[in-house]
Ligand binder design. Structure first.
Ligand SMILES: [Zn+2]
Length: 369
């Protein structure tokens, strides 16, 4: 798997003639040079150009990528070219630390919310963040096996990580995760009303971080009311509903209207993600948010929802395995750029980077920990 993933990474980043360490040293050298220049009058022009190459040249560890993206507000937004914020990226121990940054550069993703998954993913995400701090917002790791079988231990480990200032989000807790055809992960179901879910929400509140909730819209007859209660019980916690694109647009709209502490990502609404092992569940999820997927044409109801609530909607590929990074990351980004190009500029800008950047910037500046 590792070899297959390395094979498609850009030669400029990972090729045999240039080791990852050399690549990083060279990037840092260029970055430092441009950083020194940027103290002059040319600072806005140098720092705020939105193409991926120049984005790489904003190296300050003191300035996270959410803050940098917000400064792009002064520039015009081109859905096909401007830097985006991918609100959900995952990594595993098999992925070389510089592979995701190289792909982000290739696709013009200026910032990503990153967390590790499975054994060793936590350490790998920390390694990536340590090497490329200006490209990521770091989230705590996901271990669905621990969440299911040893939740108290999992929660205590999340708490340990949150005690360190680099973390700004809780990676993802599973409320409803069905078996998939592409993964060997089993079903994970956790009652939204369970004490463990409340404990994690308490941590999000205490450490002033964002909490991602994985909730697939296959059993909303059971899950929706408890989820609403959770949102109401923790009004001061910022929740992200991962994969809201599986739900009907009117339901998402009602939830957003009633809960100002809720943001959503639309991931898991691409044809390649329609991978539920139990095919009868397909009938329970909503029609695709794209009426014409290859063309990036949005369903009209979703389109108007995106326009009305763009300040709570975030672009996310949810890339999470070497295979997905290889086959889907670039494709999803392209389709989303196409969809964004059909929307009013404010909407496209919000979904493309501004909503996520604002959300995480609020944790970056106010967390006194
Ligand atoms: Zn998820």
């Amino acid at each position: 798997m590792r070899r297959a993933f390395q094979a498609f990474t850009p030669p400029s980043a990972l090729g045999s003639a240039e080791s990852p360490a050399l690549f990083y040293r060279k990037s840092l050298g260029v970055s430092l040079g441009l950083s020194i220049l940027s103290f002059g009058l040319l600072l806005p022009a140098l720092q705020l150009r939105a193409d991926p190459d120049s984005f790489q040249s904003v190296p300050s560890k003191a300035q996270n990528c959410a803050a940098v993206l917000l400064r792009l507000d002064m520039e015009s937004f081109d859905a096909h070219k401007s830097a985006l914020f991918d609100a959900m990226l995952q990594t595993v121990k098999e992925m070389p630390a510089d592979s995701i940054p190289a792909l982000m550069k290739q696709e013009g993703i200026g910032c990503g919310f990153l967390f590790g998954r499975k054994e060793g993913g936590r350490e790998m995400a920390e390694k990536v963040y340590a090497a490329f701090p200006n490209q990521f917002i770091l989230g705590t790791f996901k271990r669905s096996d621990w969440w299911r079988e040893h939740p108290e231990h999992f929660i205590s480990e999340i708490k340990k990580d949150l005690g360190r200032s680099s973390y700004r989000g809780i990676g993802e807790i599973h409320i409803r995760h069905n078996e998939k055809t592409h993964d060997n992960m089993e079903e994970v179901v956790k009652s939204v009303d369970s004490p463990q879910v409340f404990q994690v929400a308490e941590l999000a509140r205490k450490f002033n971080v964002v909490l991602y909730v994985h909730l697939e819209a296959t059993h909303l007859d059971e899950d929706l009311e408890p989820f609403k209660r959770l949102l109401q019980k923790f009004r001061d916690v910022r929740f992200v509903w991962s994969h809201a694109g599986w739900a009907h647009a009117d339901l998402v709209e009602a939830l957003l209207a009633q809960n100002p502490n809720l943001w959503v990502t639309l991931s898991k609404r691409f044809p390649l993600d329609n991978n539920l092992k139990a095919s009868e569940l397909e009938t329970k999820i909503a029609p695709n948010i794209f009426s014409d997927y290859p063309a990036g044409k949005l369903d009209p109801q979703w389109r108007s929802l995106l326009v009305r609530h763009s300040e709570r909607m975030m672009f996310a590929t949810d890339s999470n395995t070497p295979t997905m990074y290889k086959h889907i990351f670039a494709e999803y980004t392209r389709i989303f750029r196409q969809a964004l190009s059909s929307l009013p500029e404010k909407t496209a800008r919000d979904i493309g980077y501004r909503t996520a950047a604002k959300l995480f910037q609020s944790t970056a500046t106010s967390a006194a920990r």
